[in-house]
Design a protein around this ligand. Structure first.
Ligand code: SF4
Length: 225
C-alpha cells in the first residue's frame, strides 16, 4: 500500500482547505481541537471524547468547555450532582448516560489512580462507557502514545478504499495496526474524519473531487458525485 503517497495527498488537501476556508470546517475534529486548547490534559481529553460519541463536533466543543469549566479535574466532577453534570453535558447525545458514566469514572480515578487518568489501554477500557475508540484517542491525544483511533469515518473509508477488509471497527484497527506504518497511526483519525465529513461522505461520496481515487477500489459505492 502506498501509504506515504496517500498521507501526503491528504495532508496537502487539508492544508489547502485551511487556506481556502478559514471557517470551522477545516478544523481538526473537536477532541483534537480541545486537546490542543487544554495542553493535552488527559482528563479534558477523556471527558471530551466521551461527550463526542454520537455528537456533532460543535456540540462536543461547547459541552466540553462548559463541563470542564465546572469540573477541570475528577475531584471537582465527583462533587457535582449527576443532574448538574447532565445539564452541562446537554445537548450531547445520551447526555444522561454520559453524566452517570463520568461520575463513576471520576470515582474510579480518585479511588484507584490518585485522581489521574491512566496511560494504559486495559485500565482505560475498564472504565464505564470507554471503548477502544475513546481509549485510543486518550492515549494518542493526551499521552502522545501510539494508537489508532478508528471511528465511523476511518472504518468506512479504509474499507471502501480496499485498504482493509473488516466488518467491525475493531477489526479495521487490528488490520491497520498490522499494515499502517507507525508514523501515521496518530494522524489517520484527524485526516480521515475531516475527509469523511467533506469528501468521502457516507451516502454519496464526492469521488469526482477525490485526490486519492487512484488508491481506492470504491467497494460498495453505488452512488457518487
Ligand atoms: S474515490 Fe470515492 S469512495 Fe474512494 S475515497 Fe475517494 S471519495 Fe471515497
Amino acid at each position: 500500500m502506498e501509504w506515504d503517497e496517500i498521507f501526503a495527498l491528504l495532508e496537502s488537501w487539508r492544508e489547502k482547505l485551511k487556506e481556502e476556508e478559514t471557517g470551522k470546517k477545516a478544523e481538526d475534529p473537536s477532541v483534537s481541537a480541545l486537546a490542543a486548547e487544554r495542553c493535552r490534559d488527559p482528563w479534558a481529553v477523556l471527558v471530551s471524547t466521551i461527550l463526542s460519541l454520537r455528537t456533532k463536533d460543535e456540540v462536543t466543543l461547547t459541552a466540553s468547555r462548559a463541563l470542564l469549566g465546572r469540573a477541570p479535574a475528577p475531584a471537582a466532577l465527583w462533587e457535582l450532582q449527576e443532574e448538574e453534570i447532565a445539564r452541562l453535558a446537554y445537548p450531547a447525545g445520551f447526555y444522561r448516560t454520559k453524566a452517570a458514566n463520568l461520575k463513576n469514572i471520576a470515582r474510579i480515578l480518585l479511588d484507584r489512580y490518585g485522581g489521574k487518568v491512566p496511560a494504559d489501554m486495559d485500565a482505560l477500557l475498564a472504565l464505564p462507557g470507554v471503548g477502544r475508540k475513546t481509549a485510543n484517542l486518550v492515549l494518542t491525544e493526551a499521552f502522545d502514545l501510539d494508537g489508532i483511533c478508528v471511528d465511523v469515518h476511518v472504518h468506512r473509508i479504509c474499507n471502501r478504499a480496499g485498504w482493509v477488509s473488516a466488518l467491525k471497527p475493531e477489526q479495521t484497527e487490528e488490520s491497520l495496526r498490522r499494515d499502517l506504518p507507525k508514523k501515521y497511526w496518530k494522524r489517520i483519525n484527524a485526516l480521515l474524519v475531516l475527509y469523511g465529513q467533506q469528501i468521502c461522505r457516507p451516502l454519496s461520496p464526492f469521488c469526482s473531487r477525490c485526490l486519492i481515487h487512484h488508491r481506492c477500489e470504491r467497494r460498495g459505492v453505488t452512488r457518487s458525485r
